[in-house]
Design a protein around this ligand. Structure first.
Ligand code: TEU
Ligand code: CA
Length: 550
């Protein structure tokens, strides 16, 4: 079935609050800064703003370590700022989505502090195991490096942290925990929030018994766990958010589970983020081993997930980047010779698929990786940990830095580039992380006035989705292609047909028989002219992305 998701004509914009706009010169983006830019976001045509966590936090993981779910971190502003933001967005027809980090809290959360002080009730909020030092309960690894267990000598117990040691995992098998978290969602819903993103939500249901993972780091034992579907359904029902936009971040998930998460008849979530299509440049599955993206695999994963979720009426969140990923134009495009052409191809490819597109701040102006070359430039806990691990594994300083320059999460966390001036117009002070040097070519001020800019194409694509039911709710199928560097898909609704051709190549590539696009009109392209044909074959120019309609 092609049942339309209620959010098929919407586009979400992800704001990494710390790096979007600083209003008071302390070098840290804030809520008041977002308010200053609401007109900008409305002009781009955005429907939902997803804000990364701005709650009380010691910021060991930039806010994904929450110490009070109902308080605003004073570094980012006040509750009053938040209320003004909701109002200002609503006055411009935009809605707010918040990021709920419910797999873990900060170790500074009062629940964890009470647990550490010996309160049994709060110890049951987390995952503590009796044991002796040097013998962790299992061999599981933290996603940020090292063991997933930390020993607390005073208690003679270990606690589980799938992320940083300052991010203890919550015990969702405790009904009191589930009630507390549903209460947090209700709190923000009452404050005028219209949707939610749930951080690593498929990791919340841990196995009944904790055993060693003989083949890996533990993820096969705790991912999409035994009661995950039950817990999601319960959370959505008790928080009363079943009609809202909800997106689950699904770490190392399976298609079968994502079909269940988004099948509308199951009342779990409206859509999911999965990451398999982004791991196609991990050599042997290792994020820290470099390889060029394998486009054949990428195509196969996109196809499988698009068709899989279509088959059950489920729904994909469409994205190529976020605050944890390198910049798409540097990773899947060519940020040097074909900078704007390849950024435009990626935009067309992503925006016209079946799903709801998510634009990560700066993507709409083609921001690339900043090319950091010294460890002092990095801020992210994961990058700093892995720098040490890579050095320990015998990599030279230069080699370790070359890996970080491609893989660090800080690649996408540099300040948003508003203008071609000092600190790209992000702050009047010193930013918390260095501004990229590509602000001269990639910035809002220049692109917003140029009808041929990357930005103008994003605006066009966002508008098309609202105007054309074919894009919002048409079916999708994939065409056979000649070159392994080309992806071709077709959207159909009633008698309308849209063909999207995307070339992930620096060279000229043969795509499909010319008959596939005969008599069609160009709707969007990374080049100013129609695709060329040669001897009955559509031949794409370097990084050509073309959408044709009939
Ligand atoms: O990320 C979850 C996650 O597993 C990753 O994308 C993570 O960045 C990757 O595994 C590292 O290689 C979410 C948030 O988006 C991220 O910013 C947080 O750090 C993480 O959860 C913990 O809350
Ligand atoms: Ca600030």
């Amino acid at each position: 079935s092609n049942d339309a998701c209620r959010f098929g004509d919407s586009t979400v914009y992800q704001i990494y609050v710390k790096s979007f706009k600083d209003s008071n010169g302390d070098g840290i983006g804030d809520l008041a800064g977002i308010i200053e830019k609401l007109d900008y976001l409305a002009e781009l045509g955005i429907d939902y703003l997803w804000l990364t966590p701005f709650f009380a936090s010691p910021l060991h993981d930039n806010g994904y370590d929450v110490s009070d779910y109902k308080a605003v971190n004073p570094l980012f502003g006040s509750m009053d700022d938040f209320d003004r933001l909701v109002e200002g967005a609503s006055a411009r027809g935009m809605k707010i989505m918040l990021d709920m980090v419910f797999n873990h809290t900060s170790s500074e959360h009062t629940w964890f502090q009470r647990a550490l002080a010996g309160d049994a009730r709060y110890q049951d909020y987390y995952i503590f195991r009796e044991g002796v030092r040097d013998e962790p309960p299992t061999n599981w690894k933290s996603k940020f490096g090292g063991s997933a267990w930390e020993y607390v000598s005073a208690l003679g117990r270990w606690y589980l942290h799938l992320f940083d040691v300052t991010q203890p995992d919550l015990n969702w098998d405790n009904p009191a925990v589930r009630a507390q978290l549903a209460d947090v969602v209700r709190y923000w819903r009452r404050k005028g929030v219209s949707g939610f993103r749930f951080d690593v939500v498929n990791l919340i249901s841990k196995p009944r018994v904790f055993i060693d993972d003989l083949k890996g780091d533990g993820r096969s034992l705790y991912t999409d766990g035994p009661r995950i579907h039950e817990y999601l359904k319960e959370l959505v029902a008790t928080a009363g958010i079943g009609s809202m936009i909800t997106v689950g971040e699904m770490s190392s998930t399976s298609l079968a589970d994502c079909m269940r998460y988004t099948d509308p008849t199951r009342h779990e979530l409206s859509m999911i983020f999965s990451f398999h299509h982004l791991k196609v440049d991990y050599k042997d599955g290792d994020k820290w081993s470099l390889m060029r993206p394998d486009i054949l695999r990428f195509r196969e994963l996109i196809r499988t997930w698009q068709l899989g979720l279509q088959s059950c009426g489920g729904w994909n969140a469409l994205f190529l980047g976020n605050h944890d990923q390198p910049r798409p134009v540097s990773r899947f495009g060519d940020d040097k010779t074909y900078w704007d052409v390849s950024a435009k191809m990626l935009a067309i490819f992503m925006h016209l698929m079946r799903g709801t597109p998510y634009v990560y701040q700066g993507e709409e102006i083609g921001m690339g990786n900043p090319g950091f070359s010294s460890i002092e430039q990095y801020r992210d806990v994961e990058s700093l940990n892995y720098y040490r691990i890579l050095r320990h594994r015998g990599k030279s300083e230069q080699e370790a830095l070359a890996v970080l320059a491609q893989r660090s999460r800080d690649n996408s966390r540099t300040p948003m580039q508003w203008q071609a001036r000092t600190q790209a117009g992000f702050t009047d002070g010193t930013p918390w992380i260095e501004t990229s040097r590509d602000a001269a070519r990639a910035n809002v001020a220049n692109e917003i006035v140029d009808p041929n800019s990357i930005w103008s194409l994003y605006r066009h694509l966002i508008e098309l989705r609202k105007q054309m039911p074919l894009i919002a709710r048409g079916s999708i199928a994939f065409l056979e292609v000649i070159s392994p560097k080309v992806i071709a898909y077709v959207r159909e609704l009633d008698s309308k047909r849209l063909v999207v051709l995307s070339s992930f190549s620096n060279a000229v590539e043969a795509a499909v028989p010319a008959g596939e696009i005969a008599g069609m009109r160009l709707l969007a392209s990374s080049y100013p002219t129609d695709p060329e044909t040669d001897d009955g074959i559509v031949v794409l120019r370097p990084w050509e992305g073309a959408a044709l309609i009939r």
